[in-house]
Design a protein around this ligand. Structure first.
Ligand SMILES: Cc1ncc(C[n+]2csc(CCOP(=O)(O)OP(=O)(O)O)c2C)c(N)n1
Length: 557
C-alpha cells in the first residue's frame, strides 16, 4: 500500500463523519485516493467503500438516493474539470435536495492556465452557483482542517454540497508518516423555534376556518411524520405534501386529495384562510396557483433564506426558523393546551367532514383506475393502481414521473416514513441512479424506480444498470412509456394549441434490450391485462437478485 499521507488524512475525516460509500468515476488525479481506499478494504482498515459509476451523473445521483435512504453524509470523487462538467444537472438536484455531500477533484493543471481575459482559470467557478462552499487548497494549508470544515459546512442544516479542489501534488503527496491524527465530527444543534412565535402561530391556526398544512421535506427526519399526523389531527387540518418524501401518509384521512377531474390549478391552496408551510420550497417549475390574497401564511423552515425563492411570491406573515422535527410537536402541544372544549367539538366535526371528503376522493381515484382495467393503450392510472396493489408497506418508491405525477401521488399509497423518495430538483434522469443509491443503503428492502421514457434515457441506463449488477443492488425500473416528452408537449398544447411540437420519441428504442445488455431482466407490456402479472414477475426477479426493467407502453400524449 502506497503511503499517500494526504489521502490518509482525508479518509480519517470521512470516517469521523460516518461516510460509508464514495461514488466515483476515475481519472489520473483520484488514483491515489481510490488506491488507498481499496487497500484499506483489503486490509480490513476502516474506510468508505468505493462504488464505480460509469457516468459522473450517476455518481452524484446515487449519492443523493443513498443520503435520502440513510441520512449519512456523502462523498463523490470525479476527474478534475471534465468529471465536474459531466456531473451536469445532478448537481442542481443535490442543491435543491440540500444533500450533505463533499466532492473533490484535482484542480486543472497547469495552474498557470488562463481564460481569454487573462485571468487565472477558476475551477470552482464551474459549480459556484450550486454549492454552499467551494475552496481551492492553498499551499501550506492543513488538509485535515479543510476537509473537516467542508464536512461541517455540508452537514450543517440547511445542508448542501461542498466542492474542494486540490493541486495534483497534494493528492499524490507521500510525505513522512507522522502520528495519525484523529478527527471528530462537529455537529451544531439545529435551531429551536421561538416559543412566543409558536404561541402566536397556534392562536392563528386555532381560529382558522380552513387551514391547510403544506409540507416539502419535513419527512427527512423520520420522527417528524408521526408528529405531523398529531398536529393535523389536533387541528383537523388537511396536509398537502410534496412527493419528495413521506412527510405525511397519503393514506391518512387528513391527506389532501384533489379531485381527479381537476386539471391545472389547486383549489385547496386558493380556498385556505391560513397556510402553515413547513420545510417547503416553491418548485422551480411551480404552477401559477396563488393563495387567496387575504390568507395568512405561517412558514416554519430550517432554510428561511431560500436563496430567492419566496413562497408564492409572497412574504409570509410569520417566518419561524426551526428544526421542524422539534417545532411540530412543540406547536401541537401549545395548540392542545389552548383549545377550549367548544373549539375541540367544532374541530371534531371538521375532522369528520374532511375525512369523509378524503375517503370519497380516494374512492373516486380508485374507481377511475379500475375502469381502465381493459383500456388500451394502458393508462398511467391503471399502471399506478397495479403498482400500489403489488407493493408492500416497506417498499421504497423512487419517483421521477413527470406528466403522470398527480396520478402517481393519488394512486400509489405510502404511509411508512422513508418509503417514498422523489427528486426535489428539476433535472430529469434522477430515478435510476437514485434507486441504485437507495438500494445500496437498504439491501433488505424492495426498491422500485418510476420514470418516463425520457427520464430513463437521461438517467444513463447502461451506467446505472451496470453498477446495480456489479454491486448486487437490484431494483425494478418501471417506465411510464408515453413515447415522448409528455410534459413539454402538454405545455406546448396549453400555450399554443399545437398538437405536435416534434417532441415524440417515435420508433422508441427497445428498452428491454438495454436491460438485457446490462445483465438485467427486461419486459415490455402493452396489454393492460398483463400488467399485474408482469409486475409480479419483475418483483420476483428483483427479489431474487437481478435488476429488472419493465417498459409499460402507454398512450402517446
Ligand atoms: C436534463 C433536463 N433536460 C430537459 C428538461 C426539460 N424537461 C422537463 S419535463 C421533460 C420531459 C420528460 O419526459 P419523460 O421523462 O418521458 O416524462 P413525461 O413528460 O413524458 O411524463 C423535459 C425534457 C429537464 N427538466 N431536464
Amino acid at each position: 500500500m502506497e503511503n499517500y499521507t494526504t489521502v490518509k488524512t482525508i479518509i480519517e475525516v470521512m470516517n469521523a463523519y460516518g461516510v460509508e460509500l464514495v461514488f466515483f468515476n476515475p481519472g489520473i488525479d483520484n488514483v491515489p485516493f481510490l488506491e488507498t481506499i481499496s487497500a484499506c478494504q483489503a486490509l480490513g482498515k476502516k474506510s468508505p467503500k468505493s462504488i464505480l459509476c460509469l457516468d459522473e451523473f450517476v455518481t452524484m445521483t446515487a449519492a443523493q438516493g443513498n443520503w435520502m435512504a440513510t441520512g449519512k453524509p456523502q462523498v463523490v470523487s470525479v476527474h478534475s474539470e471534465l468529471g465536474v462538467l459531466q456531473l451536469g444537472g445532478s448537481l442542481h438536484n443535490v442543491q435543491w435536495g440540500r444533500v450533505p455531500l463533499v466532492f473533490f477533484t484535482e484542480v486543472q493543471e497547469p495552474l498557470e492556465r488562463r481564460n481569454w481575459r487573462d485571468e487565472p482559470f477558476d475551477q470552482g467557478m464551474m459549480v459556484r452557483n450550486f454549492v454552499k462552499w467551494d475552496h481551492q487548497l492553498e499551499p501550506g494549508e492543513d488538509i485535515g482542517k479543510v476537509f473537516s470544515q467542508a464536512f461541517h459546512v455540508a452537514t450543517t442544516e440547511p445542508c448542501g454540497p461542498v466542492y474542494l479542489t486540490l493541486p495534483r501534488g497534494v493528492l499524490w503527496d507521500k510525505g513522512k508518516t507522522s502520528a495519525p491524527k484523529t478527527y471528530q465530527a462537529t455537529k451544531e444543534a439545529p435551531p429551536k423555534a421561538d416559543e412566543n412565535a409558536l404561541a402566536r402561530a397556534a392562536e392563528i391556526l386555532i381560529n382558522a376556518e380552513n387551514p391547510l398544512i403544506v409540507t416539502g421535506y419535513s419527512g427527512r427526519n423520520l420522527d417528524a411524520v408521526a408528529s405531523l399526523v398529531k398536529l393535523a389531527e389536533t387541528l383537523a387540518a388537511r396536509v398537502m405534501t410534496s412527493d419528495t418524501r413521506v412527510n405525511f401518509p397519503n393514506t391518512h384521512p387528513m391527506a389532501a386529495y384533489l379531485s381527479s377531474a381537476v386539471g391545472f390549478g389547486n383549489p385547496l391552496l386558493t380556498q385556505a384562510d391560513v397556510i402553515l408551510a413547513i420545510d417547503y420550497d416553491m418548485h422551480y417549475a411551480a404552477p401559477t396557483v396563488s393563495p387567496d390574497p387575504g390568507a395568512k401564511i405561517i412558514h416554519i423552515d430550517i432554510d428561511t433564506v431560500k436563496k430567492g425563492v419566496p413562497l408564492w411570491d409572497k412574504k409570509p406573515d410569520m417566518l419561524i426558523k426551526a428544526d421542524s422535527s422539534q417545532a411540530i410537536p412543540a406547536l401541537t402541544e401549545i395548540i392542545k393546551n389552548k383549545l377550549t372544549g367548544e373549539r375541540r367539538e367544532q374541530l371534531k366535526k371538521r375532522y369528520e367532514t374532511l375525512a369523509a371528503e378524503h375517503n370519497k376522493l380516494n374512492g373516486e381515484w380508485r374507481k377511475l383506475a379500475e375502469s381502465h382495467a381493459s383500456q388500451k393503450p394502458i393508462t398511467s392510472h391503471w399502471l399506478s393502481y397495479c403498482i400500489d396493489k403489488a407493493i408492500d408497506d416497506d417498499t421504497i418508491i423512487v419517483n421521477q414521473t413527470i406528466s403522470p405525477v398527480t396520478t402517481v401521488a393519488h394512486l400509489i399509497h405510502r404511509s411508512k416514513p422513508g418509503t417514498l423518495l422523489s427528486c426535489p430538483g428539476g433535472c430529469i434522469g434522477w430515478a435510476p441512479g437514485a434507486a441504485l443509491g437507495a438500494k445500496l443503503a437498504s439491501p433488505d428492502k424492495t426498491v422500485i424506480s418510476l420514470m418516463g421514457d425520457g427520464a430513463f434515457i437521461y438517467g444513463c441506463p447502461e451506467a446505472t444498470l451496470w453498477s446495480a449488477n456489479f454491486y448486487k443492488a437490484p431494483f425494478l425500473a418501471i417506465i411510464y412509456d408515453n413515447q415522448g416528452y409528455g410534459a413539454i408537449k402538454e405545455l406546448f398544447k396549453e400555450s399554443y394549441n399545437v398538437d405536435n411540437m416534434g417532441a415524440d420519441i417515435a420508433s422508441p428504442p427497445d428498452y428491454t434490450m438495454i436491460a438485457r445488455a446490462n445483465n438485467a431482466y427486461g419486459r415490455m407490456v402493452d396489454n393492460p391485462a398483463e400488467v399485474p402479472n408482469a409486475l409480479q414477475e419483475c418483483l420476483d426477479i428483483v427479489r431474487g437478485g437481478q435488476t429488472a426493467v419493465l417498459d409499460v407502453r402507454l398512450a402517446s400524449v
